[in-house]
Design a protein around this ligand. Structure first.
Ligand code: NAD
Length: 500
């Protein structure tokens, strides 16, 4: 493959994979180094079982060093007090470097967690767009002058928070990273990133690029390692001002406790979901809608926080609609993640593979009707095909709990009120979808859905301009848009007395 030509075929991607060398050390205070303890953990390609790298396993000692470096950098002001326009320039340089290396970055996520390369390339486009959006925005954010009388001048200033620890999951490794890190850096904070222990490689490559882009020492650091060691240490630190987290609801609850036990740091949570997708009988073109409904759950092997995992179908069309979903699912089988034609890839690791198969077993035992899938594919690699259960009830585990795999639960409903009640009957409230041609119904139902985002006649639509986040136990933060940028700054009120 020539240096100029972008990889196109499976063989091209394999050749690029064979040529890669992985950075596996932690990035602390501007340098790459092993964990202080010398401990490592193994990261594995779930599509092949192949060992990719032994990665530094950071712990509380490394967290302490990184927090001290982050604080020192913040106090020095080389980033925190830099004119926003200059931060913008540096971040745009980083975005350009990411663009130049996007194939490699995408490939790292594919190798590390099993997602198809086509999908990983889409994530890179999202990550780069997020960095550019926040970089471009930061020198357009103004403070306020309050409407006081002539005897005073009152200013409301926006200042960076200080040290932000970003703890992210494995399902969209670099894109989730960008959603946290880009606004926090743009706002002038020092950021410590803890990637998931299941997908640390792209974050470490990003650290190399950040160094190349000239971000000052201590402003951006990456600590690979486990949640209960380095993650917990960051969350309990008295010197971390904000935790911005994407991951499971269970971990999110722990982080709130850690904040309460330590310094009441801000905690922004983007957690799990069990999102309902409502199909009304008046929706147009059942075949097309069914394809979207299938992609809503099977994209990224179902390992998506906003997966449309609960399909609620109006009973008169349910039989026909489910048949169409099955036909669509047939075209979405898992394949080699390096093959640009694959729609689904491998499940991230053995624990997640077991968990998904266990949910499928529970579904069968609870009496749901297994229409397709349900069995793991023969190895090598961890692959589960699209699995559809009909006749699911809210009492069943597959109908209530987040499976985080390619498992769709179908429910029937007879009225709009019943559909809304079923949709809202969940601990989660991350996303919901509804398909109908009736604008009055669309607005009625949209307003009554208890959800951070509602997709009307599409699934997962959105770009940088709109906030992404949930209500209830799906979390309290918002990624993307100006709303996320604002989360990473503090308001300071200045009241000046004037001689009238
Ligand atoms: P997870 O909660 O197991 O881990 C997420 C991160 O938290 C990892 O980096 C992990 O090491 C760390 N962690 C775990 N325990 C910790 C502790 N005690 N202290 C500090 N850090 C700790 O979640 P996961 O399995 O990596 O990701 C899947 C979950 O993420 C799903 O529930 C999914 O819905 C959710 N998710 C949500 C969004 C969103 O925007 N709402 C996006 C993607 C994923």
């Amino acid at each position: 493959m020539s240096a100029q030509r972008r990889p196109e075929t499976r063989a091209d991607w394999q050749a690029l994979a064979d040529s890669l060398s992985f950075e596996s050390r932690a990035f602390i205070d501007g340098d790459f180094a092993p964990a202080t303890s010398g401990e490592t953990f193994t990261t594995i390609n779930p599509a092949t079982g192949e060992r990719l790298a032994e990665v530094a396993s950071c712990d509380a000692l490394d967290a302490e060093r990184a927090v001290a470096a982050a604080r020192a950098a913040f106090a020095a002001g080389g980033w925190s007090r830099l004119a926003p326009g200059k931060r913008k320039k540096r971040l745009l340089e980083l975005a350009d470097l990411m663009e130049a290396h996007k194939d490699e970055l995408a490939l790292l996520d594919t190798l590390d967690m099993g997602k198809p390369i086509g999908s990983a390339l889409g994530d890179m486009a999202g990550a780069i767009a997020c960095l550019r959006y926040n970089a471009e925005a930061i020198d357009k954010v103004y403070g306020e002058v309050a409407p006081t009388g002539e005897e005073s001048l009152a200013l409301v200033l926006r200042e960076p928070l200080g040290v932000v620890a970003s703890i992210v999951p494995w399902n969209f490794p670099l894109m989730m990273t960008a959603w946290k890190v880009a606004p926090a850096l743009a706002a002038g904070n020092s950021v410590i990133l803890k990637p998931s222990e299941k997908s640390p490689l792209s974050a470490l490559r990003l650290a190399q690029l950040a160094k190349e882009a000239g971000l000052p020492r201590g402003v951006f650091q990456v600590l690979p390692g486990f949640g209960h060691t380095v993650g917990k240490a960051l969350a309990l630190s008295m010197e971390v001002d904000c935790l911005s987290f994407t991951g499971s609801t269970a971990t999110g609850k722990q982080l709130m406790q850690y904040a309460g036990q330590s310094n009441l740091k801000r905690v922004y949570l983007e957690c799990g979901g069990k999102s309902p997708n409502l199909i009304f009988a008046d929706c147009k073109n059942l075949g097309r809608v069914a394809k979207h409904a299938a992609a809503a759950i099977f994209h990224n092997q179902g390992e998506v926080c906003i997966a449309g995992s609960r399909l609620l179908v109006e009973n008169p069309i349910r039989e026909a609609f489910v048949d169409e979903v099955l036909a669509a699912a047939e075209t979405m089988q898992p394949g080699d993640p390096l093959d640009p034609g694959s729609f689904m890839g491998a499940i991230v690791d053995e624990a997640q593979h077991r968990r998904i198969l266990d949910y499928i077993r529970q579904g069968v035992e609870a009496g749901a009707r297994l229409r397709v899938g349900g069995q793991a594919l023969d190895g090598p690699g961890l692959f589960i095909p699209p699995t559809v259960f009909d006749g699911v009830t809210p009492a069943m585990a597959i109908g209530r709990e987040e499976v985080f795999g390619p498992v769709l639960s179908v429910f029937g409903f007879d009225s709009e009120d019943e559909a809304i009640a079923m949709a809202n009957d969940s601990d989660y409230g991350l996303a919901a979808g509804l398909w109908s041609q009736d604008i009055d119904r669309i607005m009625r139902v949209t307003r009554r859905l208890h959800s951070g985002q509602v997709f009307v006649n599409n699934w997962a639509g959105g770009d940088q301009t709109v906030p992404f986040g949930g209500v209830k136990q799906s979390g309290n933060g918002r990624d993307k848009s100006m709303h996320s940028l604002q989360e990473y700054s503090e308001l300071k009120t200045v009241w000046m007395a004037l001689e009238p």
